[in-house]
Ligand binder design. Structure first.
Ligand code: PEP
Ligand code: MG
Length: 600
């Protein structure tokens, strides 16, 4: 237990209140100004309320009392255990008592009460969160496993608070900036956006689903923080800058004032973009590009409407189907209701429902007995659907049912070759036959598309094109599989280059194959929303761009500012280039020439 005490001792430096900037990777634009909350899993937060200056003494007393009550309980348990079982087990509780005698911990909890004027239980909880996060990251497996002990102690103390004396005065503004070692996509998808004003993590990358969802929901976010999150204290006041990737702790008044001005400026720029919301997404020389939105949650429908997008180019159904709060995947009826609601909301435009794309960095479709060694090369996308018709068929049937109420298209993820398309279409036909027999209405000509996100599919695009109605290029995966760079691994983030010549050639090949077969090719990966690359994509001949709802207006402005002919000439040169940087430079030059204001 000496290790634990030492650890705590190293973490007791009280906030120095000097402005500190921690750099990370910006993944979702926006600015948040709020106190920090460091999360540790497994404990639910107690109520938080503000305490008047004159009552702070009472909170210190409540904290001491709760801790001594918890210690008495522990001593009693320890005594009983010593009689009943081995000494070793009773030592566990001795260790718990030692945690509560740690002066460093107590000092910090008392400091938090005074510093933030918060109730004792929340101050104690917030301090424990930091310790827990620290424990989880210790290389020593023995110490790391002791997190459960620490959680136990924390929970015990929280139960020991005298609720009668809790002064539930004015609730402070509990909105906060969330700090975590890592967040999974479902944590992000279910975030309470009224409370979480922004988040920053130590892990993560621009193309992780966590980042994609943050952008889509408009939550400012920074990942890959250069400093360990264990060194950041809960309750510290901070600014999160999702434009430049900065987390600024204890900002000075001058910094706060600067950021308030930036916030106003960005707000003004956004309002200016909103004014072209209903204008056509057509280049200066008349080439129309369909501009649609990506969504992962039904809650994003209002943002899609506000963006003026021409429908939904990618509905990632996995967050709805695999929500951790549900016991099972929603049945056909629940799925039909969901898809119908979306189809009706975007009518007369279409919604492209992508069938379940579980696995990778998202939840698996079913609990696996062992984690996959390489989840991105494993059981994900269409592979799962073809192996599990009991999951696939209700989804197809539900999409078909919804197609009677609006424009619905289907799209299959992670296609590697023609075989998967043929199998998926066969199952789709079975579903159609069943529904016809049941006298259920559906669109018999429902468009079916293939996601092109594996290099093999791009190379076989001419063959696949004969069997589908459209292509949608999933660059998030196409880049990772072409370059062998994990899209969520910050250690190789530098190598994840959308303009790598091999990637550009695969995109070009796909668009060409689509055009030759008379079908349209869109792009729904994050590359579609990068304003540096709009000239290149238009030049390569893309027909549709599907981007996060928050990016629709800037892409609209970019399209309207460009000439297709000029972009095509540039793309011809880009296809001859040897390096990613050259291609990026060529496209950015046109971008900055025609819409420099979008980069401010
Ligand atoms: C992609 O891979 O580009 C894509 C759009 O799908 P996802 O990000 O959900 O894997
Ligand atoms: Mg993908």
């Amino acid at each position: 237990m000496g290790g634990l005490a030492n650890l705590m001792a190293t973490m007791t430096t009280e906030a120095k209140h000097t402005e500190t900037i921690i750099q990370g990777i910006p993944v979702s634009p926006g600015i948040a100004i709020a106190p920090i909350h460091v999360t540790a899993r497994g404990l639910s937060a107690p109520e938080v309320y503000e305490v008047a200056e004159e009552n702070l003494g009472e909170e210190h007393r409540r904290l001491d009392e709760a801790i001594s009550r918890a210690k008495e309980d522990l001593a009693e348990i320890q005594g009983r255990l010593a009689e009943l079982s081995s000494e070793e087990e009773s030592r566990i509780f001795e260790a718990h008592i030692m945690v509560l005698e740690d002066q460093a911990l107590l000092k910090r909890a008392h400091f938090a009460i005074d510093d933030r004027k918060l109730n004792a239980e929340y101050a104690f909880y917030a301090v424990m969160q930091n310790f827990l996060e620290a424990m989880r990251r210790i290389p020593d497996p023995y110490l790391r496993e002791r997190t459960a002990d620490l959680e136990d102690v924390c929970e015990r103390v929280l139960h020991c608070f005298d609720q009668q004396h809790a002064r539930k005065a004015v609730r402070p503004d509990d909105r906060h900036i969330l700090i975590a070692y890592d967040l999974n996509p479902s944590d992000t998808a279910t975030m309470d956006r009224n409370l979480v004003l922004g988040f920053a993590t130590e892990m993560g990358s621009v193309n992780s689903h966590t980042a994609i969802i943050a952008r889509s929901l408009g939550i400012p976010a920074v990942v890959g923080l250069e400093e360990a999150v264990i060194d950041i204290n809960s309750l510290t006041h901070a600014i999160l800058d999702g434009y430049s990737g900065k987390l600024i702790l204890h900002p000075t008044e001058a910094t706060l004032a600067t950021y308030r001005i930036i916030q106003q400026k960005k707000q003004k720029a956004r309002s200016a973009l909103d004014s072209i919301r209903d204008e056509a997404s057509t280049t200066r020389d008349g080439r129309s590009i369909t501009l649609s939105a990506n969504i992962g949650l039904i809650e994003e429908l209002p943002s899609v409407k506000n963006s003026g997008a021409q429908g939904i180019g990618l509905y990632r159904t996995e967050f709805f189907l695999l929500n951790e709060d549900q016991d099972a995947i929603p049945d056909e009826q629940a799925q039909t209701a969901n898809y119908t609601q979306i189809a009706r909301a975007v009518a007369p435009h279409p919604v492209i429902i992508r069938t379940l794309d579980s696995g990778g960095d998202k939840l698996p479709a079913e609990p696996l007995s062992e984690p996959e060694p390489n989840p991105f090369l494993g059981w994900r996308g269409i592979r799962v659907s073809l192996d599990r018709p009991e999951i696939f068929k209700p989804q197809l049937r539900a999409a078909l049912r919804a197609s009677a109420h609006g424009k619905v298209a289907l799209m299959f993820p992670l296609i590697s070759g023609l075989g998967e398309i043929m199998q998926a279409k066969k199952i789709l036909q079975q579903c159609m036959d069943e529904l016809s027999r049941e006298d259920v209405a559906f669109d018999a000509n429902i468009p079916v598309g293939a996601m092109i996100e594996i290099p093999s599919a791009a190379l076989l695009a001419d063959i696949i094109a004969k069997e589908v109605d459209f292509f949608s290029i999933g660059t998030n995966d196409l880049i990772q599989y072409t370059l062998a760079v994990d899209r969520v691994n910050p250690y190789v983030a530098e190598l994840y280059r959308p303009t790598q010549p091999a990637v550009i050639r695969l995109i070009h090949r796909t668009i060409q194959a689509g055009a030759q077969a008379g079908i349209w090719t869109g792009m729904c990966g994050e590359m579609a929303g990068d304003i540096h690359l709009t000239p290149l994509l238009i030049g390569l001949g893309i027909d549709e761009l599907s981007v996060g709802p928050q990016q629709v207006t800037s892409i609209r402005k970019a399209i309207r500012s460009l000439s297709h002919a000029e972009c095509a000439a540039m793309a011809d040169d880009a296809l001859k280039a040897s390096y990613s940087a050259e291609i990026l430079q060529m496209s950015s030059t046109l971008a900055k020439k025609y819409y420099a204001d979008l980069f401010e």
